[in-house]
Design a protein around this ligand. Structure first.
Ligand SMILES: Cc1ncc(COP(=O)(O)O)c(C=O)c1O
Length: 362
């Protein structure tokens, strides 16, 4: 299916308008006029891009402004903007090898592709632990004296489940380990200030590192890592940054506005959490198993893939787009529904009513 314009609560797919409950634009900022105008302004002021890495001339005032905004939002010393969220695990693991001498990576078996690829690219031994299982992790940490990093998503993208970071944190001192959190989905959504899964768990620990993306909640594109001066300097000095052109100015302009909007309008987060609760209540009323976190995703599996495709297609015919997909962390795929901060209760009611009928037809 082709999307004709950036998503919001309704979106045009293949020339027809649908109620849209998919993807990751949690505040519909990808189609927000202020974000778009900020992107246009950046383009006009700075052109397309610097066509050189930041190693020499690629660090524009716009890039510095963006990185300041990111560190300000996350209350860290510094930050670095990267070509994609996908690159953040690799860039961080490389820096942690140099700065902290890590020798082994413990990885949640359901971690995102990018965490796996980043870990593999280091060439370090990788030990998987059971999905979100701190006991299994501890039993494995006990078997080695090597300096380790534990790697996980902050929020898992398909089911929207939040990693038990507080349980992992308890293991860090005991096993002289570090924690790496790919918080692509958590940032902007979780925590009192929208700082993500780490803030959600009230963690403030120098052994904990994180990176994320601006391509979801913040309405833009591109990855970032925020942290201590030493850590960020090492990443800025590393190959992932040195070996790539600076990012296009259009996404920097959009990112700056996306960060501003979410910082200045905390009520948007409350609306999102409120919609998440409402969605979960409505879907549990029609027999779908949901968790009770504030994360705005409900996903579930049916035994037969055909049945899931049937439900998705039946909803499509009723003018509603949800996702049926196989993605990292799932065996056999799932049906996935996402609510945004600006969905109305009536839109969620419509979804629940139509979904009930679609499920009855399986
Ligand atoms: C958990 C997770 N990490 C990383 C990424 C990659 O981020 P980006 O799209 O900015 O490359 C995604 C998806 O986009 C994701 O779901």
């Amino acid at each position: 299916m082709k999307m004709h314009y950036a998503p919001s609560t309704t979106t045009t797919l293949n020339n027809s308008e649908y109620l849209y409950f998919s993807g990751t634009s949690y505040y519909s900022l990808h189609s927000n006029k202020q974000v778009i105008n900020s992107s246009i302004k950046a383009l006009e002021e700075y052109g397309i891009g610097s066509a050189v890495s930041r190693l020499t001339y690629g660090c524009t005032p716009l890039l510095s402004e963006l990185e300041n905004k990111i560190s300000n939002f996350f209350n860290t010393d510094d930050s670095v903007f990267l070509p994609s969220g996908y690159m953040t695990s690799l860039a961080s693991f490389k820096a942690l090898i140099i700065l902290k001498n890590i020798e082994v990576i413990y990885i949640d078996e359901g971690a995102h592709y990018s965490v796996y690829d980043g870990a593999r690219a280091t060439g370090l031994p990788m030990i998987k632990f059971k999905h979100q299982d701190a006991d299994d992790l501890e039993s494995k940490l006990k078997t080695t004296v090597l300096k380790s990093v534990i790697a996980t998503d902050g929020v898992f993208p398909l089911f929207g489940d939040i990693a038990p970071l507080n349980k992992y944190e308890e293991l860090l001192d005991k096993y002289n380990a570090l924690l790496w959190v790919d918080d692509a989905h958590g940032v902007g959504v979780l925590g009192k200030n929208g700082r993500g899964a780490i803030e959600h768990h009230n963690i403030n620990n120098e052994r904990v590192f994180f990176g994320a993306t601006l391509s979801k909640a913040f309405g833009s594109y591109g990855g970032f890592i925020a942290g201590t001066e030493e850590f960020i300097a090492e990443i800025k000095n590393g190959e992932v940054v040195k070996g790539a052109n600076s990012m296009p100015t259009a996404v920097m302009g959009a990112s700056i506005k996306g960060l501003d909007i979410l910082k200045e309008n905390p009520e948007m987060r409350n609306n999102l959490w409120d919609n998440a609760q409402y969605l979960k209540q409505k879907l549990s009323e029609i027999g779908i198993l949901t968790n009770n976190t504030v994360f705005p995703i409900v996903a579930w599996q049916m035994e037969q893939e055909d049945a899931m495709i049937h439900v998705k297609d039946a909803l499509m015919k009723r003018g509603i787009a949800i996702q049926q997909l196989k993605y990292s962390g799932s065996k056999g795929g799932a049906l996935r529904i996402v609510t945004f901060s600006n969905h109305t209760k009536e839109q969620i009611d419509t979804l629940a009513k139509e979904l009930k009928e679609a499920l009855a037809g399986v």
